[in-house]
Design a protein around this ligand. Structure first.
Ligand SMILES: CC(C)=CCC/C(C)=C/CC/C(C)=C/CC/C(C)=C/COP(=O)(O)OP(=O)(O)O
Ligand SMILES: O=P(O)(O)OC[C@@H](O)CO
Length: 420
């Protein structure tokens, strides 16, 4: 009888939780399964056909804790805004939010670190709110309605600041790898790492008091394993509103499954994505030496299949995406398309140089690049032009049309080869 009652009590509790989490779900952050974090610093490269790989993820988040600047953030947004996938902005410095980032991002993610120094909890946030209220918002109002009287413009800037904060999603971070750049940035030392019970209690405070849209368990660079699973399991029953995100060291399906089963709503993958670009640079360099520009797709495909391994970066990244059934086959397909597109772009660039056109112009119509991108975005012309322009741009310069140069692609046509 007691067992029966206990079972009934559990069912009622489950139902209450379900109601609290679904019917009454007021959290504006979508319940994404998989987010890819793109670090804008130049050392973190993107695969040439990054839109293909990113078409598998539910959302992209632009941000990093070291060497991020307003300029490299803007350059990353230039590459990513033509994607059909939502793109979030996760600033780590007060000056990272600019007019351009504000216009480009679908969602602003605001980190607040629960186990770091007070700078990382509210200090940087305070500086950012001040800069939005006193600089960014007045500049936006002035641009849209320069004729408004000063007092009205000031009132509107106040309203705009509140709107920006109301639309943002706050991330309550628990930073658990003291050896990471994120921990250094947030003042988290080894003594600040939380036990699963402490993590749960701070998560409950963030959920119910701070009303954080996201509770982010962060092991940046290393997999949290049993300790992370334990913390997530404890949080799972305890939170009512926050989405639970896990990030750190994910590069295979088993680890993703473990943290999702423990209660992570969303997994975040960073390094495993950037490693795809590192391997790609090697493959493309080899392709330049071994394959003709006019090699047929079948020959390219066979050549690529010999070089893409089940434990290589492409298959590993894709194995972190729930719903990708055959990561190796997809990695071979995307790498094959990349080799084709790259050999063709190089060929077109060489011909343009032979014609001595000064700044080489590549017509993206009828290219393998455009054909590869067409199935994954709404506007393949714009995206193919963006990718070709980024591949053509030098390390520091644009291509003479006012666009910013990009240092992020795995390789550059400007210096005639892979950048590694
Ligand atoms: C614009 C508004 C309203 C607010 C922004 C307020 C800001 C910038 C808060 C940042 C506070 C801060 C310094 C957080 C540091 C922790 C952090 C952002 C970790 C995430 O870094 P990752 O990019 O995940 O780490 P890795 O670079 O190690 O991958
Ligand atoms: O780079 P990794 O280790 O995948 O970590 C992802 C993310 O949580 C970092 O903020």
């Amino acid at each position: 009888m007691r067992r029966h009652l206990a079972a009934r009590g559990e069912r009622v509790a489950d139902l209450a939780r379900l109601l609290a989490r679904s019917a009454l779900d007021t959290n504006p952050v979508p319940d994404w399964d998989h987010v890819t974090k793109v670090d804008p610093e130049a050392a973190k490269k993107l695969p040439l056909l990054y839109p293909l790989w990113l078409s598998e993820t539910d959302a992209v988040s632009v941000g990093g804790s070291a060497d991020v600047t307003p300029e490299n953030t803007a350059a990353a947004f230039d590459l990513l805004t033509p994607l059909s996938t939502p793109v979030c902005h996760e600033p780590s410095g007060a000056d990272h939010v600019t007019k351009q980032s504000h216009e480009a991002a679908d969602l602003l993610l605001v980190p607040e670190v629960l186990n770091g120094d007070s700078e990382a909890l509210v200090g940087t946030l305070g500086a950012a709110v001040e800069s939005v209220r006193e600089d960014l918002a007045p500049a936006l109002i002035d641009e849209k309605a320069p004729w408004l009287p000063g007092s009205v413009a000031d009132w509107l800037a106040n309203v705009a600041t509140s709107a920006l904060l109301a639309d943002a999603a706050f991330e309550a971070y628990i930073v658990q790898n003291p050896d990471s750049a994120a921990a250094r940035e947030a003042g988290v030392g080894s003594e600040d790492v939380l036990s699963p019970g402490e993590a749960k209690r701070r998560a409950m405070a963030a959920d119910r008091h701070l009303e954080s849209e996201i509770l982010y368990l962060e092991y940046s660079g290393t997999f949290g394993d049993d300790e992370a699973v334990e913390a997530l399991s404890r949080m799972d029953d305890a939170l009512v509103r926050s989405r639970v995100w896990y990030g750190g060291g994910l590069s295979n399906g088993e680890d993703v499954q473990a943290v999702r089963e423990a209660g992570a709503d969303t997994v975040v993958v960073g390094d495993a994505f950037h490693r795809v670009a590192e391997r790609e640079a090697e493959i493309l360099q080899a392709a330049e030496e071994r394959l003709d520009a006019g090699a047929d797709p079948e020959t390219i495909r066979e050549w690529v299949d010999d070089r893409v391994a089940p434990d290589g970066p492409g298959a590993r990244f894709l194995s972190t995406v729930p719903g990708v059934d055959d990561p190796l086959a997809l990695a071979c397909e995307y790498t094959g398309a990349t080799v084709r597109a790259w050999l063709e772009l190089r060929d077109r660039r060489e011909r343009a140089s032979e014609r001595d056109e000064g700044i080489p112009v590549i017509d993206i119509q009828r290219t393998a690049l455009r054909a590869a991108l067409a199935p994954v975005v709404d506007d393949p012309d714009r995206l193919a032009a963006t990718v070709a322009r980024a591949a053509l741009s030098g390390r520091e310069e644009g291509v003479g049309d006012g666009s910013r140069g990009s240092e992020q692609l795995s390789l550059s046509l400007f210096d005639g080869g892979a950048s590694h």
